[in-house]
Design a protein around this ligand. Structure first.
Ligand SMILES: Cc1cc2nc3c(=O)[nH]c(=O)nc-3n(C[C@H](O)[C@H](O)[C@H](O)COP(=O)(O)OP(=O)(O)OC[C@H]3O[C@@H](n4cnc5c(N)ncnc54)[C@H](O)[C@@H]3O)c2cc1C
Length: 308
């Protein structure tokens, strides 16, 4: 079996950015992607320079075409299901039954959102149930906006949202009780606090008409912001023995400033390896991971990771 210079697993913002660096360094790489980027539920992606308002699929398709124009880069639509290290290289087992072998691995496999179990939320995710005001706040500006609390950090989010609308309600839903100081800050920003438990999101999905409370009342809303917990989209990092740390939303693969994991020559980038999630951060990490993977191939002695 041919030993490639690198395999990049995950072909979205982080993986394509890593692959671009390696391909431009004329290294033989394969990019493996299962086609399930985290933002696939949204109609449009925002804030990614030069691509604002395009569909996520259009952005990936354009970038993939540019990466694959380099002759040493190849692409596989497949799922990497198992990874192991042996004889100084990495072997990847694909769902199709094929095997790839490479001297370096870049994991850009992303994360999965675990949505709170609120009826009506799943079918609105990415449309009128939104995770991030910087990604989608502008599009719902001046509407009736809500924040459905899933944790303590939602006070912070509720303090931000009034920059997009004067009509904002924080639904604490039994998971959060603002302190007196927080309640005063929220009041100073014009945020109403609704402590009655939420039963469901209602309306003609994916449009949102409002939030139905358990006591039968309905609070009219046009969009609601919801922070999800997250888990790894792929078990590869765990299989390889990479260390993880707890982030505010879920586990994060530990990397150094070069985006190398705790397993030498395994690099990780994007949402799987950082706590602040957006396409630009993922892409920047991918550039770093790709360049580092290349440098680790080029230098006779790739120095051990600097202390964190
Ligand atoms: C609903 C929603 C809307 C969003 N909107 C925006 C926005 O407007 N602007 C913005 O900047 N950010 C937005 N984000 C955040 C953005 O989607 C992420 O930060 C970004 O997608 C992370 O890129 P990534 O490459 O790390 O992972 P992803 O984009 O999630 O891509 C990971 C890729 O890896 C593949 N993969 C995973 N495991 C394997 C495996 N074992 N084998 C093969 N392939 C595998 C997946 O199929 C997927 O294609 C949004 C997020 C959500 C949830």
């Amino acid at each position: 079996m041919q030993t490639l210079d690198a395999v990049v697993v995950g072909g979205s913002f982080a993986g394509l950015s890593a692959a671009m660096q390696l391909a431009r360094a004329r290294r033989r790489i394969v990019l493996v992607d299962g086609g399930r980027p985290r933002n696939r539920f949204a109609h449009a992606a925002h804030g990614f320079l030069g691509q604002d308002g395009r569909t996520p699929a259009e952005i990936v398709q354009l970038a993939r075409g540019q990466v694959l124009a380099y002759p040493t880069a190849a692409f596989r639509t497949d799922e990497a299901v198992a990874a192991r290290q042996e004889d100084g290289a990495f072997t990847l087992q694909l769902a199709s039954g094929d095997t790839l072998r490479a001297r370096r691995l870049v994991l850009a496999t992303g994360i999965v959102d675990d949505l709170p179990d609120v009826p009506g939320l799943r079918e609105r995710w990415g449309r009128t149930a939104l995770h991030c005001p910087y990604c989608h706040g502008y599009e719902v500006a001046d509407g009736r906006l809500g924040i459905l609390a899933t944790g303590e950090m939602d006070v912070h989010k509720a303090l931000l949202i009034p920059d997009w609308s004067a009509d904002v309600t924080l639904f604490t839903n039994g998971v959060l009780t603002p302190t007196d100081e927080q309640a005063a800050m929220l009041a100073s920003r014009g945020v109403r606090i609704e402590a009655r438990p939420v039963e469901a999101l209602v309306g003609d999905a994916p449009a949102l008409a409002g939030v139905r409370l358990r006591d039968g009342g309905v609070v009219p809303l046009d969009a609601v912001f919801v922070s999800s917990r997250t888990h790894m989209a792929s078990p590869l990092a765990e299989q390889l023995g990479c260390a993880f740390e707890d982030g505010p939303f879920g586990p994060v693969i530990v990397t150094d400033a070069r985006k190398e994991t705790t397993v030498p020559f395994v690099f990780a980038a994007g949402d799987a390896a950082r706590s602040n999630h957006n396409a630009t951060f993922a892409s920047a990490d991918g550039v770093q991971a790709g360049a580092s993977a290349h440098q680790s191939l080029a230098f006779p002695h790739w120095p051990p990771a600097p202390p964190r």
